[in-house]
Design a protein around this ligand. Structure first.
Ligand SMILES: Cc1cc2nc3c(=O)[nH]c(=O)nc-3n(C[C@H](O)[C@H](O)[C@H](O)COP(=O)(O)OP(=O)(O)OC[C@H]3O[C@@H](n4cnc5c(N)ncnc54)[C@H](O)[C@@H]3O)c2cc1C
Length: 667
């Protein structure tokens, strides 16, 4: 069991990043022109990194499997992006953002990284405004903010319910400028199939052109993986259908340690599962918890009547409703962090208070917000003694202006009008805090291989606070990686172009071809989706919101058996040398089948509960997560050793010098 060096700079917390930037090596502008960088993934993290590295003068090649960077999963981000600007004058500061994030992650993230994140958060907003990102503004023209879970200030910048889309358009415009200058060569509809190492350093990738099926070799002096999260290991998640772990997993198999794979975020406000036919879940943004109140009936008989369609939720009086988050967590109320809100919803539903047909849903109700906003609007519009209908109409207009697209999405999917009846929501897999282990420079354990955005494990510990993934992805891409990668590349100014006709590229390409041949040679009994769904069920039932030793052991066994069956019996139509979406899916599911087992192994070894990792054996009397700081205050980084069961654990001890370790409380 080795010890990992996180390379966190010494010195006071607030000076670390500045000191580091002053200390690390630089590459002069003329030499940058001789250095090539591959950026795999052009979502917010990769798009930002690629544009910035190219602007600095490096030659950048980008890769994404969609037909355009604009289609990266980042586009789905709804609610907003955090920054410690303190525009509201409500007491925000870099320290508070840092503190909230460490506490939100249940004291399982690095102080140095998180403070840096808070420090650059304000720059992100300035950068995006300069790019023309249309953040929401208040009447006077100032950028508006709203609140997200786990904090007591308003620091979330947003663009209606489409923040990710607008930010991505900003990053994509910045990329386009560089494409136009010839500094970025963009390879869309290309999938990275493997990482190529030369003398132990990352020197390129093997990619497949997803349209022609052709296998290509691409070399560079460094490779950045910004390939997103792996929530789709659960099959059903809020992630885009294509989100996968392939690039990160291929790097893991080549020596990059995989950190905290079991740290997964289950988001409390998603549209509940409707049946086995489904392939995707839909998020209702956390921003809705600013105004929506979460409740279930107080009495079981009312819950049953609602489930059976004999009682409408709007008919239930206030006294008969249990606003359980407001009851249990008065200080944070409906805006407790996601892990806390998800567990509380599960607790109520398991106790028999669920409100949809399957008993797995709670209400998210906007009636009081509509009334409050309606009265305020009537007052500011000079309407005296407005009647109920006028108040409702005005209130609904305000709510529509804030969340209109989300309400519309809900109505389209559920066929109920959420202005008139409460939404029904339930937790769903949403984000993965685990990922490739990186040091302070965002370098993995493979020299020259970097990871950014959701693909790395870096800043969120055991639970990510809402609106901080966009912050981290853009911090990594615009403000961290462009500095730190230079430190490594300063050794490469005389290396010259990396040839692709070496034995290392030959071998890597052959491995990719052999793997595809093996996939195609299955006996053809079951489809790829059959295996993915089965894996998802095991993950959700045994590695989901609540985990225990017995079920985790069962999961490990079942996943390993499923993987064997997959390789023997999977059915893939078409050919290798042409467009083949079944083959694409199969490659991704094959990696999920390995990751899933490591995930369960990681969850099994962590004999504590923290953040989103809830082990039923370790909980307080009130059902809250019970950490074990004495034995588990570390990052678990797994080294590939063949089968997932043989992965070797390395620990990075987490040092808290600026924050006192406490039991996390949101009461
Ligand atoms: C519905 C939803 C709403 C969200 N809302 C918010 C929010 O309001 N605020 C917030 O902070 N966060 C939010 N998040 C989380 C946030 O959107 C993501 O964590 C973030 O966008 C991830 O960005 P990324 O750049 O790391 O990865 P992605 O945007 O997932 O991009 C991954 C890129 O990698 C490429 N790629 C992957 N594998 C390969 C491969 N093998 N070869 C080539 N290319 C590859 C893809 O093509 C893509 O370009 C939300 C998430 C969801 C699911």
């Amino acid at each position: 069991m080795g010890i990992l060096d996180s390379k966190i700079p010494s010195g006071p917390l607030a000076d670390k990043w500045t000191k580091h930037k002053n200390d690390i090596n630089l590459v002069n502008p003329a030499n940058k022109r001789n250095i090539d960088i591959i950026v795999v993934g052009t979502g917010l993290a990769g798009g930002a990194a690629a544009a910035t590295l190219a602007e600095l003068g490096y030659n950048v090649k980008t890769f994404c499997y969609q037909d355009s960077p604009r289609r990266a999963h980042s586009i789905a981000a709804q609610g907003g992006i955090n920054a410690a600007k303190n525009y509201q004058g409500d007491g925000d500061s870099n320290y508070r953002l840092f503190y909230d994030t460490i506490k939100g992650g249940d004291y399982r993230s690095r102080e140095g990284n998180v403070y840096r994140l808070a420090e650059v958060s304000g720059n992100i907003i300035d950068q995006c405004v300069a790019q023309g990102v249309p953040f929401a503004r208040e009447y006077g023209g100032m950028l508006d903010n709203r609140s997200f879970g786990g904090v007591l200030v308003s620091r979330t910048f947003y663009a209606k319910g489409q923040t990710g889309q607008q930010l991505l358009l900003g990053a994509y415009s910045a990329m386009n400028r560089q494409i136009n200058r010839g500094k970025i060569q963009a390879y869309n509809r290309h999938e990275m199939m493997d990482l190529v190492l030369v003398d132990g350093k990352a020197r390129g990738i093997i990619a497949r052109d997803l349209v022609s099926g052709e296998i290509e070799r691409h070399s560079a002096h460094a490779v950045v993986l910004a390939t997103g999260g792996y929530g789709n290991v659960f099959f059903l998640s809020t992630n885009a259908m294509g989100s996968n772990v392939m690039a990160a997993w291929r790097a893991h198999r080549k020596g990059a340690f995989f950190a905290n794979p079991c740290f997964t975020q289950i988001h409390p406000t998603c549209i509940p599962v409707s049946g086995d036919h489904q392939s995707k879940l839909t998020l209702m943004s956390e921003s809705l918890r600013n105004d929506g109140r979460i409740w279930v009936p107080k009495k079981k008989e009312d819950a049953i009547a609602i489930r059976e369609g004999k009682l409408k939720p709007t008919e239930l009086s206030e006294e008969d409703r249990d606003y359980y988050l407001e009851r249990r967590y008065p200080a944070f109320g409906n805006l407790v962090p996601r892990d806390v809100a998800s567990r509380a919803a599960k607790e109520r539903c398991d106790a028999g208070f669920g409100v949809n047909k399957t008993g797995e849903a709670v209400f998210l109700d906007f009636a009081s917000a509509i009334e409050r906003y309606g009265k305020e609007k009537a007052l500011t519009s000079g309407i005296k003694n407005p009647d109920k209908a006028t108040i409702t109409k005005l209130g609904e207009e305000v709510v529509e202006a804030k969340y209109g697209n989300l309400f519309q999405m809900y109505e389209k999917i559920v066929d109920q009008n959420p202005y008139k009846t409460p939404m029904m929501i339930y937790p769903a897999v949403h984000y993965t805090m685990g990922g490739l282990w990186v040091d302070y420079n965002l370098q993995t354990t493979i020299p020259g291989c970097y990871a950014a955005g959701e693909a790395n494990f870096s800043d969120h510990g055991a639970n990510r606070l809402g609106a901080s993934a966009l912050m981290q992805g853009l911090a990594d891409g615009y403000f961290v990686l462009p500095y730190t990668i230079g430190d490594y590349l300063s050794d490469d100014i005389r290396t010259g172009a990396i040839p692709t006709d070496s034995k290392e590229f030959d071998e890597a390409e052959q491995q990719v071809r052999d793997r595809m041949e093996k996939l195609m040679s299955g006996s053809g009994i079951h489809s790829v989706d059959y295996y993915h769904k089965k894996l998802g069920k095991i993950m959700w039932n045994k590695c989901g919101m609540a985990r225990n030793e017995k079920e985790l052991k069962e999961a490990i066994k079942e996943i390993s058996e499923l993987r064997k069956d997959f390789w023997e019996n999977v059915k893939i139509t078409g050919t290798i040398d042409s467009k083949n979406q079944e083959l694409e899916k199969a490659g991704r599911v094959a990696d999920f089948l390995e990751l899933g087992e490591l995930f369960a192994k990681d969850a099994l070894h962590r004999n504590e509960s923290c953040g989103g990792h809830f082990r039923e054996e370790y909980q307080t009397e009130e059902g809250e997560a019970l950490r074990d700081d004495k034995n588990f205050k570390y990052v678990a980084a797994w080294e590939y050793k063949g089968e997932p069961k043989d992965a070797e654990l390395h620990k990075e001890d987490l040092v808290y010098e600026n924050i006192e370790l406490k039991t996390r409380s949101y009461k």
